[in-house]
Structure formats: structure tokens, C-alpha cells
Design a protein around this ligand. Structure first.
Ligand code: FAD
Length: 328
């Protein structure tokens, strides 16, 4: 992406700052195309995080100094993050706020936008500017059937951006990154965390929501996700499923309108018919590959590459070729 020419301050939310995920590196890449990049965090960035922020052109990291009641786990709750974002915008006079499209960040972005009187776009797939310098967000709506463009007309624009919107690119030259504290007061009822159960990840695979590549299996797997896992591992992809496969007890998370919405660069659906409820959660993917032994399967109507065949043969062959290619 081209570097910005405008004198605009873009504030990127780092939460958590202990791990700068790929989705945040994407935000920083977009931020540089819009203006000068600053970041806001609710905890001290690690040395590794600071090195990445410096490589991605972040000049200043504003670290929230919270009252004791909103420290600890409570600092990740939406009202606290929202108050932090709003205070950081006022402190830095930021024109644009970019946050990831996690459920927590979306809620915080909406609350902060209300507090600031700012225009808000949730789940943007692209962020650019028009000839008048106004921020323009593209997003796919109505289960992936419409592409829309929204121009933010308020002074401050708050956007959450879907993972895989751009390829992360470090700045041409690293900058010296400063960390500066600033006081944040959370008005109203201070939330309390009663119980917290972290999700234990049992594999190195990327998360379904943020993965650049997703391989999903459906009822056509007959319950054997071995070929789906094999292809996912060859590609470094996340694994997903159709709801029917999950309801059969074959996998734990499904893609779709009532499941996880994904928009990876590449989505491979194997043994999935392509029911409207499933499409609603993956149709915004950039490239869709479908593997199905029924040439009339509805998923073939919306895919970019159709493979008519038995997934137990096609997926292992594809995985073997990808592994051989990687070994070259
Ligand atoms: C309110 C509601 C909400 C829903 N929300 C969701 C949702 O969010 N996500 C979702 O996924 N579903 C959702 N559903 C269910 C959805 O309508 C479909 O029933 C479901 O997506 C079908 O799953 P499937 O494609 O795995 O199964 P099927 O429709 O049974 O398709 C299986 C496919 O596998 C193919 N196949 C069989 N054997 C092989 C083989 N060896 N190799 C290759 N292909 C093979 C078949 O040709 C077929 O096309 C919802 C339903 C309702 C009512």
C-alpha cells in the first residue's frame, strides 16, 4: 500500500499488546496509507511487540493508566476499552481510529464512537480515502451478496477492519517508538469480571476468524476430518466445518450465518453442499475452492475453482503437492 501524504493522525488499538497479531499488523499497514500512525494500549507492550511496532512505523504508543478498579481482567471489557479509545482520541487529536473486528473490539469501537460523536464502520474489508480526504470503507453485507462503500463524514472516523483486508507490510524504514502513559477515567458503572475461562488452544493453527486460509469440512467427510486436517496443515490453514458436521459431533466450530463469519484470502469447502446459511458466513472470502462429488452441488455456483471429486482422494493429493512444492 502507498504511504500517506496527508497530515492525519491514525490511532490503532492494540489489545492485547503482549502479542501483535497479524490482524493488527494489517491495521498498521492501512494506517500508514492514511496518515501518521500512533497506537493505544491497555497494557505495557513487550519488547517483541515494540520491535514490531517500530518496524511498522508506530511513532508513539499511548498506554492507558487506569484506576485500580478497572485494572486486571476488567481492562479488556468494552466500556474500559471504549473509554480508553475516546480519551486517546482526545489526547492525540486523532482523525481515524482503527481496531480489529473481534466482538470485543467492535463493541468498544461502537461505544467510543458514540462518546466521540464519530462515524463508525464495523467489519470494513477495505479502508481508503476519497478525493476530499474523507475516509471510505468498503464492506460486504447481506451474507456476502452486496459490496457497499461508506464515506465517513464526521470529523473522527472509527472503523473495525476484518482480518485479511491487506497483506501486512513493514514501513520503508523503522521508526523510534515511544511509550507514553495517559490517564483514563471510566465513567458510570465500573464493570467487574466475575469469572474468566480462557480458551485453551490445542494446536498451532491460526484462529478461524483471522486465518488467511480456511479449510472446512462438511457432512461429505462422513465424520473423518483427517483429509481436511491434512490439507489445512499443508497450507498452514485454520479448520472449520458446516453446522451439520458440528451437529454430528465431528468438529467443534462451524462457519456460517449462525456460526463464525470468515473472510480469508482462500476458503476451501470440502463435502459441503453450500446451503444459504453456510454461504452467509464465507461468501466474503476472496477465493473460494469447492470440492464435492456432486457436480450439481450449489456451492459450485459461488466458487472460483470447482473440483468435482471424492474429497478423500482430492484433499490428500492436493496436500502432497503443496508439501512437495514447499520442500523445493
Ligand atoms: C436456522 C438455521 C441456521 C443455520 N446456520 C448454519 C450455519 O451457520 N452454517 C452452516 O454450515 N449451516 C447452517 N445451517 C444448516 C444448513 O442449512 C445446511 O443444512 C448445512 O450447511 C449443510 O451442511 P453440509 O453442507 O455439510 O451437508 P449437506 O448439505 O448434506 O452436504 C454434504 C455435501 O457433501 C457432498 N459429498 C458427500 N460425499 C462426498 C465425498 N466423499 N467427497 C466430496 N463431497 C461429498 C455431497 O454431494 C453434498 O453436497 C443452518 C440451518 C438453519 C435451519
Amino acid at each position: 500500500m502507498a504511504e500517506a501524504t496527508r497530515n492525519r493522525t491514525v490511532l490503532v488499538l492494540l489489545d492485547p499488546a503482549t502479542e501483535v497479531r497479524s490482524s493488527v499488523l494489517e491495521l498498521l499497514t492501512i494506517a500508514r496509507s492514511l496518515g501518521r500512525v500512533e497506537a493505544v494500549t491497555l497494557e505495557a507492550p513487550t519488547v517483541e511487540a515494540l520491535a514490531q511496532l517500530s518496524a511498522f512505523g508506530v511513532e508513539t504508543v499511548h498506554q492507558a493508566e487506569l484506576a485500580p478498579a478497572t485494572q486486571g481482567d476488567a481492562r479488556h471489557l468494552a466500556p474500559v476499552v471504549a473509554a480508553t479509545l475516546a480519551a486517546a482520541v482526545r489526547l492525540t487529536d486523532a482523525d481515524v481510529v482503527l481496531a480489529p473486528s473481534s466482538f470485543a473490539a467492535k463493541e468498544a469501537a461502537a461505544l467510543a464512537a458514540r462518546e466521540l460523536g464519530a462515524g463508525v464502520v464495523i467489519d470494513a474489508a477495505s479502508v481508503t480515502e476519497d478525493g476530499d480526504g474523507r475516509v471510505v470503507a468498503g464492506k460486504r453485507v447481506f451474507a456476502g451478496s452486496w459490496d457497499t462503500t461508506s464515506t465517513v463524514r464526521t470529523e473522527v472516523a472509527v472503523l473495525t477492519v476484518r482480518a485479511n483486508a491487506v497483506v501486512p507490510q513493514p514501513a520503508d524504514a523503522a521508526v523510534a517508538t515511544e511509550v507514553e502513559g495517559f490517564a483514563v477515567a471510566v465513567d458510570g458503572v465500573v464493570p467487574t469480571v466475575v469469572e474468566r475461562t480462557p480458551t485453551v488452544r490445542d494446536s498451532d493453527r491460526p484462529t478461524l476468524e483471522e486465518a488467511a486460509v480456511v479449510v472446512a469440512g462438511g457432512r461429505g467427510t462422513g465424520g473423518d476430518f483427517g483429509p481436511v486436517n491434512e490439507l489445512a496443515d499443508a497450507l498452514g490453514a485454520a479448520v472449520g466445518a458446516s453446522r451439520d458436521a458440528v451437529f454430528e459431533g465431528w468438529f467443534d466450530r462451524y462457519v456460517g450465518q449462525t456460526g463464525v463469519t470468515v473472510a480469508p484470502r482462500l476458503y476451501i469447502g470440502a463435502g459441503i453442499s453450500g446451503a444459504p446459511h453456510h454461504r452467509g458466513g464465507m461468501q466474503a472470502s476472496q477465493v473460494v475452492v469447492a470440492v464435492n462429488n456432486d457436480p450439481e452441488a450449489p456451492i459450485f455456483e459461488i466458487c472460483d475453482f470447482a473440483v468435482v471429486g471424492d474429497l478423500t482422494e482430492v484433499l490428500p493429493q492436493a496436500a502432497a503437492i503443496i508439501r512437495a512444492h514447499k520442500d523445493q
